[in-house]
Each structure stands twice: as C-alpha cells, then as structure tokens.
Write a protein that binds this ligand. Structure first.
Ligand code: AMP
Length: 282
C-alpha cells in the first residue's frame, strides 16, 4: 500500500488507473480507524479494482468550539488497518494541501442540512460536501462507501451526487456496533468508564421507540417524548442535542408516522457527542 500525501499525486495516480480501465473505490474517513471503517473498506474492496482510503480530519466541517484540536489520531495504526483491509492507497494530506490560501468555493445542500446535525452544527455539512466533492475530483471513484451511522451525511451525499451529476455510485453500509449495542465511533474514546457503561442506552431507547411504532403508535410527539424520558432515566448525565423522526431520504420532519421513518438522536455524554439512528419500516 502506498501512502499519498498530496492531492496532485493522488489525482495523477487515479487518472492513470482510470485510463487503464480500472474501477476505483473510495472510502473517506477521518482516521482513528475502527471496525465501522473496516466494514466500509471491505465492502468497497469487493466492488472495485483499486481502493483509496482517505484519512483526513477535515477542518472545515468543525465549528469554532468543536473538537478539531482534540480529535484522536493514530497514523501508524491507520496505515496498518488500511493495508490489512486491502487499500491500494492511503491518502493522508495536510490541511494546507487541501485548502490553499484564499480557498473560497463551497458545496452546500441547504434543504437537507436544515434538521438534525445540520441544525446544531451550522458549517458542518458545507465542510463535508466540499471535502467529499474534492475527494471525488481527486480519486475519480466509480464507487464510494459511507456509513449509515451518519445517516444525514449519507442522504446529503446521495442527493449531491444526483443533483450535480457526479458519476459515482454511493453505497451505504449498516452501522457496526459494540457487543452491547453502542455504535462504534472514533469519539467513543472520549468516554470515561462510567459514561461508557451508560452509552448503550442510546440504542436501547431507539429500539424501544421502534417497538412502540411497530405496535401501532403513530404520534411523532409521543414517540419523541418517550425517548427523551428513557434517556433522562437511563443516561442521567446525558444532554440531548436532538431526538427526531424524519423522512429517511429528505431528512424533513414528519408530522405523522405513516411510512418508513428514521428515528435519529444526538446526545452529549461528557466530552463525546454521540449519534445513533434506526430505520423503521411502517
Ligand atoms: P468518520 O471517520 O467518523 O468521519 O467516518 C468515516 C466513515 O465511516 C463515514 O462514512 C461514517 O459514517 C462511517 N462510520 C463511522 N462509524 C461507523 C460505524 N460504527 N458503522 C458504520 N459506518 C461507520
């Protein structure tokens, strides 16, 4: 596996592969790779000839008071993991190489950014859409794999690719969890032992809510209140950012549950802001 540091080098390499008729796969990550990322790499590996894994803590998707400076990293560990999961290239640029002086162009998708994480993190998806577009222009992938853990991100990228006619197939990968149900995340490293012990209740609340909906509950506010009460009881130190039910594709709030719905939550536990979601077929 080759480690590539500059955008120019990655683009030249990938354009050469494309000229040879190779099918290129891309898995964008922020590193500190765990089993969730590994599932994405394995899926992508099975769908392409040449696999590019990017490891880049993208500064533009962090707000001024967020954890950019504290975000965990492990370059050597990531290199070993990417190689073991079949990457041909690990792309690990410096921020200055991705955003030159005077960078002034952004990709935004305002409608899908309106709710959930977009509401609490105003510049987040602008940064995500811009860096993912740049990665698409550099790696020229035929296929790119993203996790359902960041469901809103996946929905926005699907829409962006459709709206901008970007010739890449977007594949969504189910959430990989710890044995106790906690969604794997690089940010789980921020949790203390006490916080870690309660974090699986995020998932449990969602499963109970799904059970209520499957049993016939159709009132959105009742489901949201139920999840909030569950979290107040089972994660008393948690600060709820949002508990919402949205259309899985448009991320618009639903008034009544009468079709497939996504229940999505973000809860701050100590230093970690944790996300989870569940797709509920009705
Ligand atoms: P990140 O490094 O956290 O920005 O994540 C990079 C990619 O991995 C994104 O597409 C995430 O949705 C995906 N991902 C992160 N954690 C998980 C997980 N537990 N299961 C599935 N995909 C994940």
């Amino acid at each position: 596996m080759q480690v590539v540091k500059t955008p120019e080098e990655l683009q030249a390499l990938c354009l050469a592969w494309k000229r040879e008729g190779r099918r290129v796969g891309l898995v964008p990550t922020m590193g500190y790779l765990h089993e969730g990322h590994m599932a994405l790499m394995d899926r992508a590996r099975s769908l392409c000839d040449k696999l590019v894994v990017s490891v880049f803590v993208n500064p533009t998707q962090f707000g001024p008071d967020e954890d950019l400076d504290k975000y965990p990293h492990d370059f050597e560990g990531d290199r070993a993991t990417a190689e073991a999961h079949g990457a041909d290239v690990m792309f690990a640029p410096e921020p200055g190489a991705m955003y030159g002086p005077g960078h002034a162009t952004w990709v935004v998708s305002p409608e899908l950014e309106r709710n959930l994480c977009g509401a609490s993190r105003p510049v987040h998806f602008r940064g995500v859409c811009t860096v993912v577009t740049k990665l698409f222009m550099l790696a020229q992938p035929d296929v790119a794999v993203f996790g359902e853990k960041d469901w809103q991100q996946l929905a926005i990228i699907r829409r962006m690719v459709r709206d901008l006619n970007i010739p890449v197939e977007i594949v969504g990968q189910p959430i990989v969890r710890e044995a106790d149900g906690l969604a794997k995340s690089s940010r789980n490293a921020y949790l203390t032992a006490d916080e870690r012990a309660l974090a699986p209740n995020l998932r449990k609340g969602l499963l109970k809510a799904a059970g209520r909906i499957e049993a016939g509950e159709r009132d959105v506010e009742a489901v949201k209140a139920f999840v909030r009460e569950e979290y107040a009881r089972t994660i008393p130190m948690g600060e709820i950012d949002y508990v919402d039910l949205v259309d899985p594709e448009t991320i618009a709030f639903v008034d009544r549950i009468d079709g497939p719905v996504l229940a999505a939550v973000a809860v701050r536990i100590g230093k970690a802001r944790l996300l989870d979601n569940i797709f509920i077929k009705v």
